[in-house]
Write a protein that binds this ligand. Structure first.
Ligand SMILES: [Zn+2]
Length: 187
């Protein structure tokens, strides 16, 4: 036998289930109408419950480590798959010509995007990280294309400084030539 309280609870649940669409619409309208108020409430709630929220998040992360990792891997895959429609699947290293691939799990054969304009690009962070952090939509595609990143292999990329690279390369070439003339020829 159900108590009155339980009966009422059951009835409320059934009512909600049969009027699901109505409640969903009502909720959406309410949220839209009270957008600013709800945003303010969320901010205040987060400030007020900072410690509890942090603890709760930690606990959740600790309990769901595998689930989170799977979610992150799926998210990464989905995002890079979307970007692979814009970025060439493979290219040749801009310096040595080695065949390199986009979104490759193998570090030694993946494309390393190069800040070729002295790091003055809008995208200052690691370009691959930027791709992961930004959705592949019209606005971001425009930003990405306008940066015209160079594509290098894992060996050539770390040799180039971002700032003052022409000056550095000229000095490096001078050094290499001097070493060659003064030593290699004598060997
Ligand atoms: Zn290379």
């Amino acid at each position: 036998m159900y108590s009155n309280k339980e009966k009422e609870k059951k009835w409320r649940k059934e009512y909600r289930d049969t009027h699901k669409d109505y409640f969903r619409e009502y909720g959406k309208k309410y949220q839209l109408k009270n957008k600013d108020k709800l945003k303010q409430y969320r901010i205040e709630y987060r400030i007020k419950n900072k410690i509890e929220i942090r603890e709760r998040n930690r606990e959740y992360q600790r309990k769901n480590r595998l689930k989170i990792k799977r979610w992150q891997t799926n998210f990464k895959k989905r995002r890079l798959d979307a970007w692979s429609k814009i970025i060439p699947k493979q290219a040749n290293c801009g310096i040595c010509g080695k065949l390199i691939k986009f979104n490759s799990t193998n570090f030694s054969e993946s494309i390393h995007f190069d800040h070729r304009y002295e790091g003055m690009e809008v995208i200052k962070v690691n370009p691959s990280e930027w791709l992961l952090g930004n959705e592949c939509n019209a606005e971001n595609i425009e930003i990405w294309k306008s940066r015209n990143f160079g594509m290098l292999c894992n060996k050539c990329n770390p040799h180039l400084p971002t700032v003052n690279r022409i000056d550095w390369l000229e000095k490096a070439l001078k050094y290499a030539k001097q070493s060659y003339v003064s030593n290699v020829k004598k060997l």
